[in-house]
Ligand binder design. Structure first.
Ligand SMILES: Cc1cc2nc3c(=O)[nH]c(=O)nc-3n(C[C@H](O)[C@H](O)[C@H](O)COP(=O)(O)O)c2cc1C
Length: 233
């Protein structure tokens, strides 16, 4: 398994500092149109590796990613994704998959390696593995793999933004069509597409968000969230 990333690009390709977390979270837009400027390989690799560092239940990492850069392949993808122009425009589209079966084959490796690294016990990892497999036998797999894969997609999206790129997450696709075009097995949930590149100016404008009093409760469902602060960011 990969070690924690080291020696990754620590600045944007133009030499500027990485964007701060606040800049990333507030400045990110789901970009509608991209230029054809490439995403340099070292950045793309770093984005993918950071995505692979996302957390998942029992550390089972049920995700797989297909990196689509070839222009013809992006056009094929666009056709099964409601013809969204950004798919043909952006230099990189990641197809994010959640594997509903494959993680079972990888469970021993995950639990053994965790134990060897000191994150579990060498005496008990097999029991924990069996417990995990048994617990997950009751989980609705499409939901379970989506839950985890979307954290990895979100991680990649935010890392790409921190490197100064623009991104667009997408759910607008026909999963069966994407499977057929890219040789994806039945057991894979097609969870999302993520476009990465540079926004064609002007970028999309901020569409607004609900205030906290519309989305946060305090202590119990339906109870007002009391904050001593008048407003947030
Ligand atoms: C999981 C997910 C799927 C989305 N799918 C699409 C899509 O298929 N096409 C699209 O144009 N925008 C899509 N969006 C973008 C949203 O419309 C956008 O995030 C939202 O309107 C808020 O805008 P903002 O991200 O620029 O703040 C998606 C966003 C998410 C998080």
């Amino acid at each position: 398994m990969q070690d924690k990333p080291e020696n990754y690009p620590t600045a944007q390709p133009n030499g500027e500092l990485l964007k701060s977390l606040t800049e990333v979270l507030l400045g990110r837009r789901a970009t509608n149109h991209f230029t054809d400027e490439e995403v340099p390989e070292e950045y793309l690799n770093a984005i993918l590796k950071f995505g692979g560092q996302a957390p998942s239940g029992y550390n089972l990492q049920p995700w797989r990613f297909i990196v689509v850069r070839d222009a013809e392949n992006r056009k094929r993808l666009q056709k099964v994704a409601y013809n969204q122009p950004k798919i043909a425009e952006a230099p990189v589209i990641i197809i994010a998959l959640g594997m509903k079966e494959e993680w079972k084959e990888r469970a021993s490796e995950v639990f053994r390696e965790g134990a060897e690294r000191g994150a579990g016990s060498l005496d008990t990892w097999e029991r924990y593995r069996d417990g995990a497999i048994s617990a997950l036998s009751h989980a609705p797999m499409p939901l379970w793999v989506n839950r985890h894969t979307m954290i990895a997609v979100t991680t990649m999206m935010l890392v790409a933004e921190a490197y100064g790129f623009d991104t667009a997450p997408m759910e607008g696709f026909d999963a069966a069509g994407v499977r057929a075009e890219f040789g994806i097995p039945e057991e894979a949930e097609v969870c999302a597409l993520l476009a990465i590149g540079r926004a064609a100016a002007p970028d999309k404008v901020y569409p607004g968000r609900f205030e906290l009093d519309r989305i946060v409760y305090g202590e119990r469902y339906g109870e007002k969230w009391e904050s001593s602060l008048k407003s947030g960011v």
